[in-house]
Design a protein around this ligand. Structure first.
Ligand SMILES: [Zn+2]
Length: 469
C-alpha cells in the first residue's frame, strides 16, 4: 500500500485578451489577493507568537483501543477553532480580543481564506518555536532563528475555487478551460474567471475516480501565474520480495546514459523479449551550445557579483530542456512498464559521470547530464508507481564492463573510418571469449537484470568507510 502523487502546473493564460487570455487588470487582482492574504497571515503569525503556550498545550482524550485516558498535543483544527473564537466577531462570540480583532482589521474576509491563512500561520509559528527551542538547547550564541515570515502561496480551498472541465473548448490545442477564483480586486472580494491551459495527463487523472484532487496553490511569478494542482491516488503495489517468487516474473531494466538517454530491456524467463532505445535527439549537443554561451558571457563579465544571478534566461532554458526530456523519457519507460502488469522496474544506483577535465562548458554539461539522469530516474519511478509498479535500484558493479552473454570481461570500441579502435568510452562492446558484439548501452541494460537476479558478477553493496572521528 502506498500513495502516488502528482502535481500538475497549470498555467493561467494572462496573454492578450484578443488571443484568448484574461484582461491585464486581472493579473493585478491576483497580486492584490496574495498581498492581502500575506497581511492576514502576518496578523495570525503575530497572534500565535503572542500565545506560544497554547501551541504546546496538551489535551486529554479517551483512547478507544487502549480503553484509557491519554494525552496528546493540541491539533491544528482545535487551534483553528480556538483562534477563531478569540479573533473573529460572531453572534456566539461578540467580543473578540481588542488587540487581535480580525473582523475589524479585515472586513468581509472570506472565511475559507481565513482558515487557510490560520493553518499556514500555525505551521510557520510551530516550526519557528521548535527551531528556537533547538537553538536554545544547543547553547550557541550566534544564529538565533529569526521570526517567521508571513508570505506564502495562497491555497485555494473548495469554496474559493472551481475548475469547470465540462465547458472545455475541444478545438484549441493545448486545451483550455476556465478556473473560477474568488479574489480580492483591491476594493472587494469577487469571483473571476481565468483561462487555464490544461494538460491531457491532468485531464485523464481528473476524470479517473481513483485519483483525488487536492486543493491547488496559486503560484505567482514575475511573468507568469500558475495553479499547482496536486492529485493523489492510493496504490496497491506488490512487494518486490513477493514478486521475486514468481518464476515468470517480468523485469524491465533501464540503463541511463548521455547519448542514449535510456536503454530499456524487458526480460522474462531469462530471455530479452523487448528492447526500446530512448535517444536524446541531439539534446546533449544542444545544451552544450547553450552552456558555451554562458561560459563565454561569464568570462566576458569577469567576477560574478555576489547575490546576483546572471544569464537567468539561458539557465532557465537549459533547466526546461532537461525537465522536458526527463518527462518524455520517463513516459516512454512507464509506457513499456504498462504493457507488463506485475513487472518490476530496475535501475542502476546512479554512478556519477565524473565532471573533471575538459573545458568549463564541458564540465557544466556533464553536471547537467548527471542531473538529467537523476530526474529521469525520479520521474519514471513516480509514473510507474502510479501504475502499481515498484522500482528497485540494483548494484551497478560491472554492468558496463562484462559480457551480458557469458559474463567475461569485455572491451569497448568504436569504428572510425572503417577501422576498429579500442576506446574506454566506445559505443560498442565486444567479448573476447564468446565474440559477442553489441551496443555497449544495450549490453549494460541487459546486465542490469543480471545484477537484480544476482548472477555472475553481482556483489553486495560495499559499506561506506567509517567516518573519521
Ligand atoms: Zn561473452
Amino acid at each position: 500500500m502506498g500513495q502516488a502523487s502528482r502535481t500538475t502546473k497549470l498555467l493561467l493564460d494572462l496573454d492578450d485578451r484578443a488571443e484568448g487570455g484574461a484582461n491585464t487588470g486581472k493579473r493585478a487582482y491576483l497580486e492584490e489577493t496574495a498581498k492581502l492574504l500575506d497581511k492576514a497571515r502576518a496578523f495570525y503569525v503575530a497572534f500565535f507568537l503572542a500565545h506560544p503556550d497554547k501551541l504546546a498545550e496538551r489535551v486529554k482524550y479517551f483512547s478507544e483501543r487502549l480503553q484509557e485516558e491519554r494525552e496528546r498535543l493540541i491539533s491544528p483544527n482545535e487551534l483553528l477553532t480556538w483562534a477563531e473564537t478569540l479573533t473573529v466577531e460572531t453572534s456566539a462570540h461578540p467580543h473578540p480580543l481588542p488587540s487581535y480583532n480580525f473582523s475589524e482589521r479585515f472586513p468581509n474576509f472570506p472565511f475559507i481564506y481565513r482558515r487557510s491563512v490560520i493553518k499556514d500561520a500555525i505551521g510557520k509559528v510551530r516550526s519557528h518555536l521548535s527551531n528556537l527551542a533547538n537553538w536554545n538547547a544547543s547553547g550557541k550564541k550566534k544564529g538565533q532563528p529569526g521570526s517567521p515570515g508571513a508570505s506564502n502561496h495562497p491555497t485555494l480551498y473548495d469554496e474559493a475555487f472551481c475548475l469547470d472541465l465540462d465547458g472545455t473548448d475541444l478545438q484549441t490545442s493545448p486545451r483550455t478551460c476556465f478556473a473560477r477564483l474568488k479574489i480580492y480586486t483591491g476594493a472587494a472580494w469577487e469571483w473571476h474567471n481565468y483561462p487555464v491551459k490544461l494538460s491531457r495527463y491532468f485531464e485523464a487523472r481528473w476524470c479517473d475516480p481513483a485519483w483525488e484532487g487536492q486543493s491547488p496553490k496559486l503560484i505567482l511569478r514575475k511573468k507568469s501565474a500558475a495553479l499547482h494542482f496536486p492529485q493523489v491516488k492510493s496504490v496497491e503495489a506488490k512487494k518486490v520480495k513477493e514478486s521475486k517468487e514468481d518464476p515468470h516474473l517480468v523485469t524491465v531494466g533501464v540503463d541511463l546514459n548521455v547519448k542514449n538517454l535510456a536503454v530499456i530491456t524487458v526480460r522474462q524467463d531469462g530471455a530479452i523479449i523487448e528492447t526500446v532505445f530512448a535517444r536524446d535527439h541531439g539534446l546533449d549537443q544542444h545544451r552544450y551550445g547553450y552552456l558555451k554561451r554562458i561560459a563565454k558571457k561569464q568570462w566576458q563579465s569577469g567576477k560574478p557579483v555576489k547575490g546576483e544571478h546572471s544569464n537567468q534566461q539561458l539557465w532557465r532554458h537549459i533547466d526546461h530542456l532537461n525537465e522536458d526530456a526527463a518527462h518524455q523519457v520517463a513516459r516512454i519507460i512507464a509506457n513499456v512498464c504498462a504493457k507488463y502488469p506485475c513487472c518490476v522496474l530496475l535501475f542502476e544506483r546512479l554512478r556519477k559521470i565524473r565532471t573533471k577535465g575538459g573545458s568549463k562548458s564541458r564540465r557544466m554539461n556533464r553536471k547537467r547530464a548527471n542531473q538529467l539522469r537523476g530526474k529521469i530516474n525520479q520521474f519514471s519511478r513516480e509514473k510507474a508507481f502510479a501504475q502499481g509498479i515498484c522500482t528497485v535500484e540494483v548494484n551497478p558493479h560491472g554492468t558496463s564492463q562484462y559480457c551480458s552473454r557469458c559474463g567475461a570481461k569485455g572491451e569497448r570500441f568504436s569504428y572510425r573510418d572503417g577501422k576498429r579502435i579500442q576506446q574506454k568510452w566506445g559505443k560498442l562492446f565486444a567479448c573476447p571469449l564468446c565474440h559477442y558484439e553489441a551496443n555497449a548501452d544495450f549490453n549494460a541494460s541487459v546486465n542490469v537484470h543480471r545484477s537484480f537476479y544476482r548472477e555472475w558478477h553481482w556483489q553486495p553493496r560495499k559499506k561506506p568507510p567509517p567516518k573519521a572521528a
